[in-house]
Ligand binder design. Structure first.
Ligand code: SF4
Length: 198
């Protein structure tokens, strides 16, 4: 893994693409994982705050995600238990409306299978957002539909989730089953894996 990690750390595949965005930033891959982790958080891509901090989910989305999972900061960042591997490891930049651009598919195509091959103890994957859902579940339905069908995905030890962005607050309010049914099951499973002896 060390050799692979070193290659990813110096990856510049998307440098021209990022240089052409409004932020004109350079690649900065943000991976947070240990090979013995049992929980995989498969998000979309780092945002600007994470690009600057170099640590995943150091933003309001992270606060909401930790609340969904019932994890403290220390637990969430325990790499021996939780692997945080987004669909693209670098911040993709902003679109014309100022929103985060989607993860460039080339990242997952280049690195994802190789990184995940090193994680043999994963027992639960949290697929957050469309790109992660398509990759991990091979399901191309709209995100809301896949999340509503979460019990089917759970048979494959995957829980599909919407992005914990505050932009989705309205969706969460309109779908009370998410907090009433999905989150309790999610917290139960996450807690059981966190407390499993290493
Ligand atoms: S997003 Fe992935 S493929 Fe693109 S530069 Fe970063 S590590 Fe490389």
């Amino acid at each position: 893994m060390d050799a692979l990690e070193a290659k990813i750390a110096t990856c510049r595949i998307c440098a021209p693409r990022f240089a052409a965005t409004a932020s004109a930033h350079s690649p900065r891959p943000v991976l947070w994982h240990g090979v013995q982790a049992r929980i995989l958080i498969a998000g979309q891509a780092p945002g600007m705050r994470v690009h600057l901090s170099g640590r995943p989910f150091t933003d309001r989305s992270g606060d909401r995600l930790r609340d969904w999972l019932g994890l403290s900061q220390a637990e969430f960042y325990d790499r021996h238990r939780v692997a945080i591997l987004p669909m693209a490891f670098c911040f993709p930049g902003y679109d014309a409306k100022g929103a985060d651009m989607p993860p460039p598919p080339v990242c997952a195509q280049t690195w994802r299978a190789r990184v995940l091959a090193e994680h043999r103890d994963l027992a639960l994957t949290l697929a957050i957002g469309g790109a992660a859902i398509r990759w991990h579940l091979n399901d191309r339905r709209p995100v809301a539909q896949v999340v509503a069908d979460w019990r089917t995905a759970l048979e494959r030890r995957i829980i599909p989730l919407p992005h914990p962005s505050w932009r989705n607050t309205g969706w969460l309010k309109r779908h009370p089953w998410f907090a009433a049914e999905l989150l309790p099951e999610l917290r139960l499973r996450v807690r059981a894996l966190m407390e499993m002896p290493g």
